[in-house]
Structures are given as C-alpha cells and as structure tokens.
Design a protein around this ligand. Structure first.
Ligand SMILES: [Zn+2]
Length: 381
C-alpha cells in the first residue's frame, strides 16, 4: 500500500505533467519508502528523497521544512500527500520554491480543506499555477482501503469519518478491523438493534448508543432516547401514538400492544391510525423531566424463531462477524467468524436461545471481500 492515492501510475502522471526531460534533478519531499525516487531514477532522472521517517535506503532522513540543500538545487520537486501532513503548507511551499532553480517545476498532490486558500498559498510562495485537478474520487477510493491497512491516514480538519448503516454490519466491521475503528460518529439504522448487538457495539465502539425508532412510512424518526437511557421519547408534535390490542382496541398506558400512528402535518402521505406492526408500550413520565411520552423497546412479531433473539444471543460472542439463519424444522446457521473457529460456542448459544430445536452450525472465516449475508432487514429464511 502506498502512502498516496493512485500509486505508481499517479506518480508517473505527476512527472509527465512537469514536462521536465531527463536527466533533470528531482527532490521528492516526504519520500516515504522511496518508491517515487526509484521511479524517477528508472526514467533517467537524477533523484533523491527526504523524509522525517524514511522507510527505504533511497531516502535521506530529514525535515524538508529545514532542508540542508543549497538554494536552487533542483529542477523539479515532487510531493504526494505530504505538505498537508507537515502541518505547515505555506512553509513547505516556500521551501520548495527556495530549493528549485529559476524556472523549476513543483508537482504535488495533497489533501486540502480549502482549495482557494491553497492556491493563494502556492502563488504567495512564488509559483504560477499551470495545472490543477480535483482527485477527490481517487482519494476516496484510496482512503477506504487505507482505513484498513494503515494506522495514520490524514483527513482534512473538520471532516469526520461517519458510519450510516445497519447495526450488525458495523459490529462485523469493527470485529474484522481488530482495533478501534477510526470513526467519530455512527447512525445505526435500517434494522432492529437487539440488546445483545447494542451491548456488543457499545463495547466495540467505547461509546453509548442512543436508540431511536423510526419508519419509512412516517417519513421521520418517531422516537429517540434521551440521556436518561430509559425508553424513547415520542415526537408528539408530529405524531399521535396509540397502543392497541389485536382487535384494534386502544390499551391503557403501560400495556404492551401494537403501536398505531397518526401523522400530523404530513401532506404527501398522511397516515391515520396506521398499524406499524411494531410492538411496545407507553412508559410513565421520564426521569429526565421531558414532557413528551416515551415508548419502551420496540419488537416485531416474528415466526417460530426470532431473528432478534438469535442476533442478541449469537452476537454476544465476540468472534462472530456475520451469519445467516434458515429454519426448515432444523435451525441452520451459516456463520462467519474472525478466525473461522467457534462452531461449538455458536451451537451452544443457538441451542440456549432456541431450546428443543435441532441446530446445525457451519462456520467459515470472514474475509474483507465478503458481501454482507443480508442486504436488507435480517430474518430467519
Ligand atoms: Zn427522558
């Protein structure tokens, strides 16, 4: 894995953009493992590299913000994803200008949070801008791969790595990653997040989750957990909630039943006493002092085997990355674990969850290229 997007192909492209013929003299500022220095040399150039932490013999240890070369030493300077990391882009640019002979070329690719400001800094360092390209798409591709393979990947200030998606996939990713995930915030959504999965996620992420309840039909989040972590406050300015029994009769507060919702102010698709198919109860006033009513944990009515209960039981085993469940009188579990082991533990957990059922468990090793075993809501097939 190279320390910049595009690999050697991109380095070659930058060199071409310079229009400097061999045997021009080049310096790679932030040369890393020296791969670009070797590439330049193979093309007939005279080339050397400097890096604070060189990872190859072709690179000199040193700070390019305080270089030891005389003024005007180079015909070309190249830098890839390094000026930003130096923490002082204007100084890096000024040093590049000082090290180049008159008419020399600087080619660099870098991360920036403000391209207009960067261009100003480039001009203030005495350069004229001849060519500019937006490499955001290449950088995204590189970044996704680098998240898995490198410890330190630079990210523009103010940008946060955010996960939005299914809870089980986040848990599986975290377990595959094998170290703290470099994400700053997560919205886990699209499927139920049973207690066992939520507890495991909180352990993996080192952070509390704030469960919420929502549905596409209502077009919004209908309820969200407050810092008291005792149920979810309903958005009563947008919905009128009721709990009903099987016959549709309204139940008193505190009794479990089906959640029925009437929307307020929805024009495109208003819902009037819409049966959600979700089961919960209304809770008494919250210790947080909030005035909106709360609902308890929400569950769906399921078949003979509850996927939510299975998820809760199986994902409490820290080895499990993903699994698929099918029931045809026998419960078949096709599981992926971090090391391809754990068949006995999974069988035991499934047996405890579904007493009296025959359970067959198959285990394989989870691989980075694996597709999720469910691309939508999880259910027993
Ligand atoms: Zn509250």
């Amino acid at each position: 894995m190279l320390g910049h997007p595009g690999g050697e192909e991109h380095s070659s492209y930058l060199i071409e953009l310079s229009f400097l013929p061999p045997p021009a003299r080049w310096l790679d500022m932030g040369a890393g493992d020296g791969s670009t220095v070797r590439l330049l040399q193979s093309l007939g150039y005279e080339a050397e590299g400097i890096d604070l932490n060189p990872r190859g013999d072709d690179v000199t240890a040193g700070d390019y913000l305080q270089p030891h070369y005389p003024e005007g030493s180079f015909d070309g300077i190249l830098s890839q994803c390094s000026f930003y990391v130096s923490g002082n882009v204007p100084k890096a640019l000024r040093q590049a200008g000082w090290l180049l002979r008159k008419g020399g070329k600087l080619v660099f690719s870098d991360v920036t949070e403000d391209v207009v400001q960067l261009l100003d800094q480039v001009r203030q360092a005495g350069f004229a801008v001849r060519h500019l390209e937006d490499l955001t798409e290449a950088w995204k591709e590189y970044y996704l791969e680098a998240l898995w393979t490198q410890d330190n990947v630079c990210l523009p200030r103010g940008k946060k790595v955010t996960y939005i998606g299914f809870p089980v996939l986040l848990l599986g990713l975290s377990r595959m990653y094998g170290r703290p995930l470099p994400i700053c915030r997560a919205l886990v959504s699209g499927d139920a997040c049973p207690k066992g999965v939520m507890d495991a996620l909180e352990r993996e992420l080192g952070s509390k989750l704030y469960p919420h309840y929502g549905s596409r039909e209502c077009g919004l989040g209908e309820a969200v957990t407050c810092p008291a972590f005792e149920g979810m406050h309903l958005r009563e300015n947008h919905i009128i909630p009721e709990i009903v029994d099987e016959g549709g009769r309204v139940l008193p507060e505190g009794e479990y039943g089906e959640l029925v919702i009437t929307t307020i102010g929805m024009e495109a698709m208003p819902l009037i006493r819409y049966r959600t198919g979700d089961f919960t109860r209304i809770l008494p006033p919250c210790p947080c002092g909030g005035v909106t009513r709360r609902i308890d944990t929400v569950s769906r009515r399921e078949g003979e085997i509850s996927m939510e209960r299975l998820d809760s039981a199986l994902f409490s085993l820290e080895i499990l990355v993903d699994y698929r469940a099918a029931f045809d009188g026998t419960l078949h579990i096709d599981a992926r674990t971090v090391d391809g082991q754990g068949r006995e533990r999974l069988t035991q957990a499934a047996n405890d969850c579904c007493p009296g059922r025959t359970v067959m468990v198959r285990v394989s090793s989870a691989e980075p290229d694996d597709r999720p075993m469910y691309l939508g809501k999880r259910y027993v097939q």
